[in-house]
Design a protein around this ligand. Structure first.
Ligand SMILES: NC(=O)C1=CN([C@@H]2O[C@H](COP(=O)(O)OP(=O)(O)OC[C@H]3O[C@@H](n4cnc5c(N)ncnc54)[C@H](OP(=O)(O)O)[C@@H]3O)[C@@H](O)[C@H]2O)C=CC1
Ligand SMILES: O=C1O[C@H](COP(=O)(O)O)[C@@H](O)[C@H](O)[C@H]1O
Length: 494
């Protein structure tokens, strides 16, 4: 039986989209698995004047169709939920919240353990942290942990200001900054693949790796989020956080152990060694793009500048591709090509490590590089493509794929990213959360690219449904490389 965790969880933004779509199902998963049983309560807060009963109905609706759920189980879970209507900018409401949290602490015997979960627009994060301090909500007999959603800042200066304000209330050991990619199964599997297999560990090095490629492709467009996305673009939305964290997972040295401290130590070393480009180099090594209208499978798809809420002359990047260099002794000179975008061919997150070719090729045909592709989603597993010998009487080479995929049925039953991360926060494990020092470095890196782009107003375009603009393919071609993308290499739009 799973170890039961005890806490009062105060959820700021309890009526919001994230809470309904991700957080309530994630907490329900923990309930089904026994991590949450009897000794927990959730206070959802927001302005709308809901009752406890109404929030419970919302929670039941959010979880009742989850695998293995029964209505009775969903209702039993929802009975732990309480609602408090308040405006987070109003100090009085923290006093009511404090009284309710203390009462539930007693009622559910949680021993003073508190999680404060900020699932609201980021402009409220600092205000909430300040009020938690000024109205003395933190307990002194249990743990107090702050879980904070993205985006953590808009650039280095705003991220630092936010960090300064939350660290006036919480110290780093109490702060759990969410990057949901770190909760994904195959992102978490990178360490096992790298450090539990000497066969792989021994070649994970600049002497053997030709390049690394990370693709986070989305088929969806900007949807209803233009207000946020216009201020963000793909580089802030996906590169500064998710992509950079994957870069660190792929290039960090072997940690001394699997503790959070040991893992963040080696990750920190990667961020300290990011190769920062001059403005001219930044423009050469980072390209952007914007999707234009297209017909996909017979359906007309709107171009970015015609999406609701987007400026007709918008220079927001809906696609970014870049070459990242990490100047550590093990990876110096190895190009790490990254790309992400909206309205690409299909939803797929993949990482491909391209190995250097054999030194002396004894065979008739040219050998393809060995590649290891980590399929993060939608399918989860990896492909190791090696040179084999063509069947029959010849010495011709042929690429052969050793493919592994998790059984989709079992993968579906495994905890989803948010469930893993909330469980980690309850257990006090910060391994899969981002540290301020990591964010500081990645923001400074991204700021340097954004600054360089400011003087260059050309915006390459790509038709919706393709894999980005020509410039992305040119970036690799210049180095004699090409994008690998399973199951087939996808070519650029004509
Ligand atoms: N939705 C998603 O899939 C994802 C969201 N995130 C992040 O999660 C956070 C929340 O996003 P999301 O749920 O989509 O946002 P929503 O706009 O859906 O929810 C915002 C919540 O904040 C409440 N709220 C707004 N203003 C106030 C106020 N002044 N006082 C008290 N409550 C207030 C709203 O309720 P009310 O109007 O009743 O006050 C609502 O509960 C953001 O930081 C976002 O970037 C991150 C990844 C994915
Ligand atoms: O953080 C974000 O991630 C999603 C993509 O997440 P995924 O788990 O579906 O790969 C992206 O759509 C969104 O714009 C961004 O804010």
């Amino acid at each position: 039986m799973a170890k039961e965790q005890a806490a009062v969880i105060i959820l700021f933004g309890g009526s919001g989209d994230l809470a309904r779509r991700k957080l309530y199902p994630a907490m329900f998963g923990l309930f089904q698995r026994g991590y949450l049983q009897k000794r927990f309560a959730v206070i959802g807060t927001a302005r709308r004047p809901w009752s406890d009963e109404h929030l419970r109905e919302i929670v039941v609706d959010a979880v009742k169709t989850m695998p293995g759920a029964t209505l009775e189980q969903a209702q039993s879970f929802a009975s732990h939920f309480y609602y408090q209507s308040h405006d987070v900018t109003d100090a009085d409401h923290y006093i009511t919240l404090k009284t309710l949290a203390a009462k539930l602490d007693d009622q559910y015997q949680v021993g003073g353990n508190r999680i404060y979960y900020m699932a609201m627009a980021p402009n409220f994060f600092a205000t909430i942290a300040e009020h938690l301090k000024s109205e003395a909500l933190l307990t002194d007999n249990g743990f107090n942990r702050l879980v904070i959603e993205k985006p953590f800042g808009h650039d280095y200066a705003s991220a630092k200001a936010l960090n300064d304000s939350i660290t006036a209330t919480f110290d780093e050991s109490q702060i759990y900054r969410i990057d949901h990619y770190l909760g994904k199964e195959m992102a978490q599997a990178i360490m096992a693949l790298r450090f539990a297999n000497p066969m792989i560990e021994n070649v994970w090095h600049k002497d053997f790796i030709q390049n690394i490629q990370i693709t986070l492709a989305e088929a969806v467009g900007v949807e209803e989020r233009a207000g946020y996305y216009e201020q963000s673009g793909a580089i802030r939305d996906m590169i500064q956080n998710h992509v950079m964290q994957l870069v660190a997972d792929l290039t960090m040295a072997k940690p001394d152990s699997l503790t959070s401290e040991a893992v963040h130590k080696v990750k920190g070393d990667v961020f300290d060694h990011l190769h920062v480009y001059t403005p001219e180099e930044a423009c050469d090594n980072f390209v952007r793009g914007q999707y234009t209208a297209a017909v996909i499978d017979g359906d007309a798809v709107t171009g970015y500048r015609d999406e609701t809420g987007v400026a007709k002359d918008s220079l927001t990047d809906t696609f970014v591709a870049g070459k990242i260099l990490v100047d550590t002794p093990d990876f110096e000179g190895v190009p790490i090509y990254v790309r992400t975008g909206k309205r690409l061919t299909r939803k797929s997150t993949q990482i491909t490590v391209v190995f250097k070719p054999a030194k002396d090729n004894l065979f008739n045909t040219s050998d393809e590089p060995d590649t290891l592709t980590i399929c993060v989603e939608p399918s989860e597993g990896f492909d190791l493509v090696l040179n084999g010998k063509k069947l029959g009487q010849s010495n011709d080479l042929i690429p052969e794929n050793l493919a592994f995929r998790h059984d989709p049925k079992l993968a579906k039953q495994a905890p989803e990213a948010y469930e893993r991360l909330i469980q980690d926060a309850l257990q006090g494990d910060q391994t899969n959360f981002t540290r301020w020092t990591e964010l500081a470095k990645t923001w400074q890196y991204v700021d340097s690219i954004l600054d360089a782009w400011q003087n260059n107003t050309t915006m390459p375009e790509y038709p919706a449904g393709t894999m980005g603009p020509k410039e992305s393919f040119d970036l690799l071609a210049r180095d004699g490389n090409e994008w690998h993308w399973q199951p087939t290499h996808v070519k650029m739009a004509d």
